[in-house]
Design a protein around this ligand. Structure first.
Ligand SMILES: [Zn+2]
Ligand SMILES: [Zn+2]
Length: 423
């Protein structure tokens, strides 16, 4: 059976995941339907698709670059959607927030999100469902709680789309579970395809040590963190390693922690999340915020790149005091306050010079180059690889390594708008 793959988004770019995969002459499955943001922070949508032209949509995880455009399919129709239960619950929060911030620029409203959440099929890992003529299952991708790769049988041709992937163990999630599977065509993310992360254990040690040094000396550590997964991972890390002061949680991190708490089977060390949820101080309102920023301790607050949210408020309060710390733990995109601060030590918009201890820690939830090579070697019967969700330069370097070290002959790096066919 000839398999067709149409790239609507994430071709030679990080994010905006959107792919159509199916047998020739059959309706395809839409794999993810995400957005990106341009320099003015406006959402950029993937290529258009009519709900009636697809068999179903599979959402790999709740990050907006994978789910952000999905509600547009639910405005006047109700296509079939599959995702894990935790993906659907967390997506609901993120999509509401997305609409709150970008409402006028979006072709959907909360009602479409509610329809998606109400009608979406919740599928556990490794349960196979028949969709059209395809057998489809979701495999744990190890990226964030509930994240999955889509494993699809197209008349005997096995296609694996990884979504975002990770192969290390953290307190929050275990490594992906792709090893040993038979895959003819692998569609894999390549965000960090040309570099390797330091071992997570070293990053954790360095982080804990730095936090203790600041708190012991009477300072406050601000940890701006992504609301989905990064914030909770740090809550759990600090739950296992006392930092010598109270830990404050502010922003959407808390609501998502509560959802994760309800889905214990998707959380590797649920005991640590449980004690963090019970022991930590939830910041509610401005009085609490002022109090938290004056006391020695740790504040974990969204947003991760200091682009608004409570983290920016705290930053303005604590950054000009050298007793404090600002510890960045997320990727800092060009043009964000977080990136500016790291590069210049200043936040020009508010004329703040950072005197606090400023550090960046690599807590990435994306697989790195060695991890990708190892993953590829662990699959059975692999015929070809399609690289998506990465910068072209990075993808070309990775493709070379895959040929050299994993012996893969056929590697594709499609652009958006391109359609590939495989026999
Ligand atoms: Zn992504
Ligand atoms: Zn992701």
């Amino acid at each position: 059976m000839t398999v067709e793959l149409a790239v609507l988004g994430s071709g030679r770019e990080v994010g905006r995941a959107a792919l159509l995969v199916g047998g020739r002459g059959e309706k395809p499955l839409l794999l993810d339907y995400g957005v990106n943001f341009d320099e003015d922070d406006l959402p950029v949508f993937p290529g258009h698709v009519r709900p009636r032209d697809i068999e179903a949509v599979a959402i790999t995880h709740s990050h907006l670059d994978h789910v952000g455009a999905a509600p547009s399919l639910f405005v006047s129709t109700v296509p079939k959607l599959i995702a894990t239960p935790v993906t659907i619950e967390v997506s609901r929060l993120l999509l509401y927030d997305f609409i709150k911030l970008n409402g006028p620029n979006l072709p959907f409203d909360n009602y479409a999100v509610d329809t998606l959440v109400k009608t979406g099929t919740r599928l556990g890992y490794n349960e196979t469902v028949k969709i059209g003529s395809y057998d489809v299952s979701l495999v744990d991708s190890g990226h964030i709680p509930g994240s999955s790769a889509v494993y699809m049988d197209v008349s005997g041709h096995k296609v694996m789309y990884t979504g975002d992937l990770n192969n290390i163990e953290t307190r929050l999630v275990g490594p992906h579970k792709l090893a040993g599977l038979k895959v003819d065509t692998l569609i894999i993310e390549s965000t960090y395809g040309d570099s390797n992360h330091p071992p997570r254990a070293l990053t954790e040690e360095r982080f804990i040590r730095a936090v203790r040094e600041v708190v012991d000396a009477g300072g406050t550590v601000l940890v701006p963190a992504f609301s989905v997964s990064r914030g909770q991972e740090l809550m759990m890390l600090l739950s296992e390693n006392e930092c010598g002061g109270p830990v404050y949680i502010d922003g959407m991190i808390r609501e998502i922690a509560l959802i994760y708490h309800n889905y214990s089977e998707y959380i590797r060390r649920h005991d640590l999340l449980d004690s963090a949820v019970r022991d930590y101080v939830i910041v509610d309102g401005w009085r609490d915020r002022r109090k938290a920023s004056r006391k020695p301790g740790v504040i974990i607050a969204s947003a991760g790149m200091l682009k608004g949210g409570p983290s920016l408020y705290y930053f303005k309060k604590i950054a000009d005091n050298e007793a404090n710390g600002v510890f960045l733990v997320s990727y800092q995109a060009p043009g964000t306050p977080g990136r500016e601060i790291l590069e210049t030590g200043r936040y020009a918009e508010e004329d703040i010079e950072v005197k606090a201890r400023l550090e960046w820690f690599d807590f990435s939830s994306h697989i790195d180059r060695n991890g990708i090579i190892e993953t590829v070697k662990g699959l059975k019967g692999l015929k070809r690889i399609v690289l998506v969700h990465g910068e072209y330069k990075v993808q070309r370097a990775l493709a070379e390594k895959l040929v050299e070290e994993a012996g893969v002959g056929e590697i594709f790096i499609p652009e958006n708008g391109e359609t590939l066919t495989f026999d």
